[in-house]
Design a protein. Structure first.
Length: 101
């Protein structure tokens, strides 16, 4: 598969660009990934837009933002022991109990 690249020029706030370069440098240890990171951000924003449009088609209000704290508060309460306890009990029981050869 052949990938065609396009060189572009952008006008970006100097402080914002400096912070972005700093982010890329911390993440990759080099600035050679600047283009990749910009492309990833563009891809993500386009995917987010497609998701927003899909939700709007389903009449879901995407403008309502829920904080992580609200999600934790609204999380359903457990109605029994945690699954790891159940699995641990199952593993401790002999599989062939009562079966003789």
């Amino acid at each position: 598969m052949v990938v065609y690249l396009k060189k572009v020029s952008l006008y970006i706030d100097e402080e914002l660009w400096a912070r972005f370069k700093e982010f890329v440098l911390r993440k990759h240890g080099t600035l050679r990934k600047l283009s990749c990171e910009v492309e990833n951000l563009l891809q993500t924003s386009l995917v987010d837009e497609k998701v927003r449009q899909a939700f709007e088609k389903m009449s879901v209000d995407v403008r309502t933002l829920i904080s992580p704290e609200e999600i934790k508060r609204e999380r359903p309460k457990l109605r029994g022991p945690p699954s790891e306890n159940l699995i641990r009990e199952m593993r401790e029981k002999p599989v062939a109990k009562g079966i003789s050869r």
